[in-house]
Design a protein. Structure first.
Length: 402
């Protein structure tokens, strides 16, 4: 059967055995976002969750598909309530050019009627004391969140070994906390991924995050599942725990976990652009899935129209001759892009990663991967494989054994 692998400006036409392609999720019905907002789970519609004069903060995940559409729909419903103070808050750790563009896009969609802010973790004046956790830890969060009458989260829903399923309060903490807490959670995330993929018990932060959500009083959440083409596939709205639980159940049905014996000699995948961005983080998640499926010495072909990274960890990776030497320093003091670099180091050690992108071949090789020059080369690899497998929306697949 014919399969087109697409990532932003790159498109690769392939012919693969029918057995190589899994069952695709049914396309969402028209108006799925509007219907989810009209009938939220365990809560009334969002405009009935506020009263005139309330302060409302919409926290948006830049990696949530069609996040501007979701913000616009939520804002439209809130506008039926008079005298609300509404603001949009974005997390700080994504690339600044993309954040600036997203903030401008949100402003244009809302006709600049609502302020759009990016949280700065280094600015102590932007934080406020929330409460102490059950363990006695003093919790500080972005002042806008603590002062708000209603916090609405709009986030991507993906399997994650540290929090179970991303979304709701997991979007808020630790991203909108203190620099030391953010750095600590980076290390916890790295250990959780390493343990989960290797079959060890994964560390979990879900209880603490749920407790902080309870302390903050997060009420309304929008959890968005990304489809194979990078657009919205499904939406779950309502009370935070109910929305995340429904999204997790949907992901379990449509993105079954990788079975321990479900190995193949070649995985071919694309990483679709989300909100016009192909992030290295989503690329790293996808490659981890591919490496888990192929096992040792397999091959993973990725079609991904990436931009050259500018983070500390990825820059160091491109300049080192011994990538393994970076693992311990990145684990001890992880910079914001440590996840991307470490997953790439570990995957390249176990499998061969072949990348079709617009990056210079020399740079791809510096990162430990093999550049693919054209679509014909992708087809040759498929034809040579004994049991090829095509995987779409790979970053949304649970890549640790069930």
């Amino acid at each position: 059967m014919e399969v087109t692998l697409t990532s932003r400006q790159i498109s690769v036409q392939t012919v693969v055995p029918d057995s190589a392609v899994g069952t695709a999720a049914a396309p969402p019905p028209d108006g799925v976002l509007q219907r989810a907002l009209d009938a939220p789970l365990e809560l009334p519609p969002v405009n009935q969750c506020v009263v005139p004069g309330d302060r409302v903060v919409i926290v948006a995940d830049p990696e949530a598909p069609q996040v501007v559409d979701a913000i616009t729909e939520v804002h439209h419903r809130l506008c039926s309530v008079p005298e609300l103070s509404i603001s949009i808050l974005l997390p700080p750790e994504f690339g600044q050019p993309h954040l600036t563009h997203l903030a401008q896009e949100i402003g244009q969609a809302l006709e600049n009627a609502v302020p759009v802010e990016v949280y700065d973790a280094e600015d102590e004046q932007q934080r406020s004391y929330l409460a102490s956790s059950a363990a006695g830890e003093r919790i500080y969060l972005a002042r806008q969140l603590v002062d708000a009458d209603l916090v609405i989260t709009i986030s991507a829903a993906q399997p994650d070994p540290l929090v179970g399923t991303t979304g709701a309060t997991a979007l808020l903490y630790p991203r909108f906390s203190e620099p030391a807490i953010i750095a600590d959670f980076r290390g916890r995330e790295l250990r959780a991924w390493q343990n989960a993929v290797t079959g060890h018990a994964a560390e979990s932060a879900s209880e603490l995050i749920e407790e902080i959500g309870w302390l903050l009083g997060v009420q309304f959440s929008v959890s968005i599942v990304c489809g194979p083409d990078g657009t919205l596939e499904n939406v779950f709205c309502g009370r935070a725990d109910a929305a995340v639980r429904a999204a997790a159940e949907y992901l379990q049905r449509t993105r079954p976990a990788v079975a321990e014996d479900a190995t193949t000699d070649l995985v071919v995948m694309d990483v679709a652009a989300v909100n016009e961005v192909c992030s290295w983080r989503q690329f790293a998640r996808a490659v981890t899935v591919g490496a888990t499926l192929t096992g040792y010495h397999g091959r993973v072909v990725v079609v991904c129209d990436l931009e050259a990274p500018d983070g500390t960890a990825m820059t160091a990776l491109s300049r080192t001759e011994n990538p393994e030497d970076l693992e311990q320093p990145l684990m001890l003091e992880p910079p914001p892009d440590a996840f991307e670099a470490l997953q790439l180091i570990r995957c390249c050690r176990d499998v061969r990663i072949l990348l079709r992108s617009s990056l210079p071949d020399a740079f791809v090789e510096e990162l430990g991967m093999i550049p693919i020059s054209d679509a014909d080369e992708v087809q040759r690899l498929i034809d040579q494989a004994e049991s090829p497998r095509v995987l779409r929306s790979a970053s949304g697949t649970c890549c640790w054994p069930a």
